[in-house]
Design a protein around this ligand. Structure first.
Ligand SMILES: [Fe+2]
Ligand SMILES: [Fe+2]
Ligand SMILES: [Fe+2]
Length: 434
């Protein structure tokens, strides 16, 4: 019926490289503002090159690399993304504190939380060894320096020509803004033309991969699921209208998959696809998501790009091909009227069909700025209509209908839990910002 083989969990292996995941997260975060370009990855590259010239120990090197690559993660949902680049004018510690808080909630990243928390602390002739009554990790000062070098390098069309002036500006602030130890290492590193040219290389990801300390660390299925859940928290924390959408789609897709007889590993992967399906929405302005009225044609076109961007980012992660396809095809329809590929029934896998139904079902139950969430009977009528129009898969829709009480209960539980997590996060965040 479907081009779908149930794989054995015993023989199938699942391995994802940690570097691929981290690189994908950093790329996704940079979607939030086109003006940021690849700010985080370039900052990471600069910090890693300077660190390599200092012969740091492995622990410090990993801290620098891991914290630098998503040091601005706390700017998510904030209106001051540009302000963090223009930090002299604004309180740059706001996004740094939020970033530290966000990372501390995820076991895979919590070692980077203190470094991110302090990444805008100036050295101030030694006073910057402490911040808010606590010791500042030394490596935070290297990330701060790399961040400022990246901002000075941004937009330069002749970086080798501009380099001496950048070096001069940084050296002038040695001791005052920057830790002299790192400025000294930077002065040496800056003599290599390759250091500057690498910053603007089209092969930034490959260069970073060569420098990455966790080159050979793999994630198993469970760890990857935790990463996907963390991604969902980041995606959903932008708007209260979609605050728990990814968690709802994830549990719905997983439960339908189980009822359709997919293997345990595939069910977990369906959940992962649910957490990740709207990753590309990070490139959609929040104002569009929160708009009370109908979006204009051009604005809708921008929104429609999101599932392609989900694919673009997830395809950076080797070994995640099936999850990527399921996640990216959630707006495809069996009659070819979906997007971005206009695939038809012969081209859509069972996973993609499940994602489409799980996404529509979850979205209809949720409040939107322009309407309240629908009651279960209205949701079912709408799903039937889409099924009858040849857009949604009849077997998947029927499976959802037959198991509606348990699916509805699981969805409400998952979304309530995610909602509580987000409320707790924002309460902590508000407290830490006071
Ligand atoms: Fe920052
Ligand atoms: Fe930054
Ligand atoms: Fe979507």
């Amino acid at each position: 019926m479907y081009n779908h083989e149930v794989t054995s969990d015993v023989i199938s292996t699942f391995r994802i490289r940690l570097f691929d995941m981290i690189c994908a997260l950093s790329t996704a975060l940079d979607l939030l503002d086109p003006a940021l370009g690849s700010h985080q990855k370039r900052t990471c590259l600069i910090a890693a090159q300077i660190a390599r010239n200092m012969a740091l120990d492995d622990n410090d090197y990993q801290d620098v690399f891991g914290a630098a690559i998503f040091h601005d993660i706390g700017a998510i949902g904030l209106h001051d993304r540009l302000a963090m680049l223009d930090f002299e004018e604004h309180d740059a510690h706001t996004h740094a504190r939020l970033g530290g808080l966000l990372l501390s909630r995820f076991p895979g990243f919590n070692r980077y939380a203190p470094l991110v928390h302090c990444h805008h602390v100036q050295w101030n002739y030694g006073e910057g060894a402490q911040h808010e009554g606590k010791a500042v990790p030394l490596m935070s000062h290297l990330i701060y320096l790399a961040d400022r070098i990246e901002v000075l390098a941004q937009g330069q069309d002749n970086i080798l020509g501009a380099a001496p002036e950048i070096v001069e500006q940084i050296c002038d602030a040695s001791g005052r803004k920057f830790h002299p130890l790192f400025v000294e290492a930077f002065s040496k590193t800056a003599q290599q033309e390759s250091f500057w040219l690498d910053i603007f290389s089209k092969n930034l990801d490959r260069i970073l991969m060569d420098l990455a300390p966790f080159d050979n660390i793999d994630l198993d299925l469970e760890q990857m699921l935790q990463f996907a859940q963390f991604f969902a928290l980041v995606i959903d924390s932008r708007s209260h209208f979609t605050a728990t959408h990814s968690a709802g789609v994830a549990i719905t897709a997983e439960t339908i998959a189980r009822n359709l007889g997919m293997s345990a590993q595939e069910c977990t992967k369906m959940r992962m696809a649910g957490y990740l399906h709207d990753l590309g929405k990070l490139a959609v302005p929040n104002e569009y998501i929160e708009r009370q009225g109908i979006l204009e044609e051009k604005e809708m076109a921008r929104v429609r790009s999101h599932s392609y961007l989900t694919l673009d980012i997830l395809s950076m992660i080797k070994g995640l091909e099936d999850v990527t396809e399921w996640a990216a095809c959630h707006h495809e329809r069996l009659d070819g009227s979906g997007y971005p590929y206009h695939r038809t029934s012969t081209e859509l896998s069972l996973g993609a069909r499940i994602m489409a139904v799980a996404d529509v079902y979850t979205a209809l139950t949720e409040d939107r700025p322009y309407r309240s969430g629908m009651r279960p009977s209205e949701v079912l009528a709408m799903l039937d209509e889409l099924k009858d129009q040849g857009k949604l898969d009849p077997i998947v829709v029927n499976t959802l209908k037959e198991n509606l009480p348990s699916i509805e209960a699981a969805r409400i539980r998952a979304q309530s839990q995610e909602g509580l997590d987000l409320i707790e996060f924002w309460q902590l965040a508000t407290k830490s910002l006071q």
